[in-house]
Design a protein around this ligand. Structure first.
Ligand code: 13P
Length: 251
């Protein structure tokens, strides 16, 4: 059976001391609770080791927001999947639309990043999603299919089974405009079907598919109530315990 997950993506926010305070606050808020989902926080790379040391990582998983597409060597400024794993982080967000758009990460680059992450025991949270024009043109199903196929469908079933997918319509990210629960369900079911066609129904049923894009305390319950929406990838609302906690408790 697939697991539910609520993951925070802090993006390029918080200094180290701010990030530590946020992680510790969340740790404190969750410590006596029985959780119905996996909880993950995606911190800046500079925070990973300190955050891992400051929280109960059996309760809150820690994610990087990127990793290098190379194993190691003369790649100034890059941080490898092995380095991330060595901090105790267990996840890495890959393929986020901001990385595709601003840092020109292609499907081919993302494919190599996924391979690096898996080789180092990290769980990729792999993001896909269409821009507004693509949805208006009715191409959103084709776009997510292309993104999945181009970066992920060369993986063995065993490796594909280690991934978490995050559907994030670009028009809903940071805009306050959320996909309706019905829109999310429709495309999540489609994504699951695409996975089933390649890897079979069982693996598709076992794949966790998150929704991301202006998810908040108000809309989280409706979204996660849908059968194919297994949780969320949260940006803005993951930056405070008061906003993030009700989303974790939406299940
Ligand atoms: P917002 O929740 O701020 O819209 O961001 C979503 C996102 O990009 C998570 O990765």
């Amino acid at each position: 059976m697939r697991k539910n997950m609520i993951a925070g993506n802090w993006k390029m926010n918080t200094t180290l001391s701010e990030g530590l305070a946020l992680a510790k606050g969340l740790n404190e808020a969750l410590k006596d609770k029985t959780l119905k989902c996996n909880v993950v926080i995606g911190t800046p790379l500079t925070h990973l080791a300190s955050v891992v040391a400051a929280i109960d990582t059996t309760k809150i998983g820690v994610a990087a927001q990127n990793c290098a597409d190379k194993e190691k060597g003369a790649y100034t400024g890059e941080v490898s999947a092995a380095m991330i794993a060595s901090t105790g982080a267990k996840y890495v967000i890959l393929g986020h639309s901001e990385r595709r758009q601003y840092y020109h990460e292609t499907a081919e680059i993302l494919k190599t990043k996924v391979i690096q992450a898996l080789a180092n025991g990290l769980t990729p949270i792999f993001c896909i999603g269409e821009v507004l024009k693509e949805r208006e043109d009715g191409r959103h199903f084709d776009i997510v299919d292309e993104q999945i196929k181009a970066s992920l469908f060369d993986l063995s079933p065993e490796d594909f089974g280690k991934l978490t997918i995050a559907y994030e319509p670009v028009w809903a990210i940071g805009t306050g405009k959320t996909a309706t629960a019905e829109q999310a369900q429709e495309i999540h079911a489609h994504i699951r079907q695409t996975i089933a066609t390649q890897y079979g129904a069982t693996l598709a049923e076992n794949t966790t598919i998150l929704y991301g894009g202006s998810m908040n305390a108000e809309n989280a319950k409706d979204l996660v109530a849908k059968p194919d929406v297994d949780g969320g990838l949260i940006g803005g609302a993951s930056l405070s315990v008061e906003k993030f906690l009700p989303i974790v408790e939406a299940f």
